[in-house]
Design a protein around this ligand. Structure first.
Ligand code: NI
Length: 142
């Protein structure tokens, strides 16, 4: 029997964004997004938790080497987001609303091609002390 274990790497980045739907008036944007619609941007200190699931290898005892996971997260996510403007500087977020939901799905898409030992299970992104989002790679039936 192979047992299923979950392992998580935490990383951190700072980034700016605004929530603004260009199809709407300034008033409608302010009504929906409040201070997050501020024209001149605002920033967050994001905490990112990436969880991999799998059966630990007999040889290493690892699901995935956490140093490799750290390197993959840094190369494909942190270097592209840290000290950036999410709306303007990040090609894989361009044309999307810069919400944490969309950011979590974008981070998933950045990571999943590079996870070869175990499977990507969850991208969990904390935006503030009160708000976080989790994405498990799921889709809804249409
Ligand atoms: Ni915000």
């Amino acid at each position: 029997m192979k047992r299923l274990v979950y392992i998580t790497r935490k990383e951190h980045f700072n980034a700016a964004h605004k929530l603004f739907n260009p199809a709407w008036s300034k008033e409608d944007n302010e009504a929906v997004f409040g201070r997050c619609a501020n024209e001149n941007w605002h920033g967050h200190n994001f905490d990112l938790y990436v969880t991999i699931k799998g059966n630990p290898s007999e040889d290493t005892g690892f699901i995935m080497d956490l140093k490799k996971l750290r390197d993959v997260i840094n190369e494909h996510v942190i270097e592209q987001l840290d000290h950036r403007n999410i709306n303007m500087d990040v090609p894989w977020m361009s044309g999307k609303m810069a919400s944490i939901e969309n950011l979590a799905m974008g981070i998933w898409d950045q990571l999943v091609p590079h996870i070869h030992h175990g499977q990507l299970h969850c991208v969990k992104l904390w935006e503030t002390h009160n708000n976080y989002v989790e994405y498990f790679g799921e889709t809804l039936e249409e």
